[in-house]
Design a protein around this ligand. Structure first.
Ligand code: IMP
Length: 436
């Protein structure tokens, strides 16, 4: 049995889509367990560059099951569009490939409008959300007012819940948020149409996953966003509204922690962030610009330019602790091939005093300055490396330094966006032929 969680170690966009796609070869089932279509997981196969927002990154293998767990918030319109787009590209032909939890909560049109209107009202103090209605949908879930996927299939229940929600939300939208309210009939009609198309995918996915585990199948749990966007442990309030850490896989998929065999963290060889919030190693200069251009650091969901900076070890150490990581997948090493020297942040200074770890108070972190060590760059193209020994000595030194500073093994190094542009040093599924 090998049931593996893949988690982002930074603020999202670490390249989890590629890693999940790659490891799906060794799994039978891929499960999304939190977040929604705020995520944008880019996978490149052959001529196709596919961006998946809701469907697990295993979708590109016809014989693998993809599960959207109860912890995900589902925008049915986006999901159906994604299914259509995948089918047009020749994937996802078999309806049996996808399962959606009946307990997953629905993103409703009012969630999107509330999200955008709130950000507008906050002005300078905005979070920088993706505007997809994620926060408002999770709020309703926790307030016990949400509408779940299973509710779509009973018109009376759905209508009653929709009307109760709009009775509360329309006045709030119109008065507090100075926006427009919604007509329940229009939403009802649209969502009943979605229901007709979605019903074939809906199931009790917790029972399904349990059965698969009992049959000895391998499960891959695909995290979205990153550790430092976790609603409890991230840079609050500049976070998303779900638990992005590994613990979220158990609640968000409906399985027990004893079933998990490994947790792999994905980190870029540098750091990026989209949206607002503290970012100690951010580079607002030409170096940051070079990283953005070479790494094509523009949001897969919103197209926003990502903020870029050097690798931040305190953030990674925190992610290792919070997720109980057993290995690191280091991505986008090729992007750093331009620099004479490369900096690694090993700790922070706050008001001239060294900090232990990452301060949990966001206003303190905002004032923290990075303490760097500078190491020689490798100034070489890495894309053809397939084996650790193929890397130039200085690139190997960089990987080893990351291992030393984090006290964690780097099991995979990614040197390009294609599946084959990868060095797999240890296969967490323990089946792999490509060890180096
Ligand atoms: P929300 O998840 O749309 O509410 O956005 C909250 C914060 O999380 C914002 O800073 C977003 O930019 C960030 N965020 C949400 N999803 C992602 C993602 O998939 N990658 C990177 N940042 C994200």
């Amino acid at each position: 049995m090998a049931n593996i969680i893949i988690i982002g170690m930074q603020w999202g966009d670490e390249g989890k889509g590629k890693i999940v796609d790659l490891l799906t070869e060794f799994a039978h089932v891929v499960v999304r367990f939190q977040g929604g279509n705020n995520a944008g997981h880019t996978v490149v196969v052959g001529q196709h560059r596919v961006i998946l927002h809701l469907i697990p990154s295993g979708a590109l293998y016809p014989d693998k099951k993809c599960v959207i767990g109860n912890g995900v918030v589902v925008d049915p319109q986006v999901l159906l569009r994604e299914i259509d787009e995948l089918q047009k590209l020749g994937y996802f032909k078999d309806d049996e490939q996808l399962m959606i939890s009946e307990n997953a909560h629905l993103i409703m049109p009012y969630h999107r409008r509330i999200d955008v209107a709130r950000e507008r009202m906050k002005g300078e103090g905005k979070i920088g959300t993706t505007g997809r209605g994620i926060g408002p949908a999770y709020e309703d879930k926790i307030a016990r007012e949400g509408i779940r996927v299973g509710d779509l299939f009973d018109e009376t229940v759905f209508r009653k819940k929709l009307e109760a929600n709009l009775a509360a939300k329309n006045p709030c939208l119109e008065t507090c948020l100075r926006d427009k309210g919604f007509d329940p009939e229009a939403i009802f009609k649209g969502y009943m149409e979605y229901a007709g198309r979605l019903i074939k995918y809906v199931a009790n996915t917790s029972v399904f996953i349990d059965r698969e585990i009992k049959q000895g199948r391998h499960i891959l749990f695909e995290g979205a966003q990153g550790t430092h966007l976790d609603v409890d442990h991230g840079t609050y309030p500049f976070v998303t509204s779900s638990n992005t850490v590994a613990g979220g896989a158990c609640t968000g998929a409906g399985i027990g922690p004893t079933k998990i065999t490994e947790v792999i963290g994905v980190s870029k060889a540098y750091t990026t962030r989209v949206g607002e919030g503290p970012f100690p190693t951010e580079l607002k200069d030409e170096v940051g610009e070079i990283i953005r251009e070479r790494g094509r650091e523009f949001g897969a969901t919103t197209g926003r330019p990502r903020r870029c900076g050097w690798l931040d070890i305190p953030l990674l150490r925190e992610a290792i602790r919070l997720n109980g990581l057993t290995g690191i997948a280091l991505t986008k090493m090729d992007v750093l091939g331009e620099f004479e020297t490369i900096k690694i942040c090993t700790s922070y200074k706050y008001r001239n005093k060294r900090c232990e770890g990452v301060p949990s108070q966001t206003h303190v972190l905002k004032e923290c300055e990075p303490v760097y060590e500078e190491i020689p760059g490798w100034k070489a193209e890495l894309r053809n490396a397939r084996n650790f020994h193929d890397l130039p000595p200085k690139a190997k030194d960089y990987v080893r330094r990351v291992e030393e500073l984090t006290d964690t093994e780097v099991i995979l190094v990614s040197v390009g966006e294609r599946r084959e542009e990868t060095i797999l040093r240890r296969n967490p599924f323990n089946l792999g032929p490509r060890l180096s």
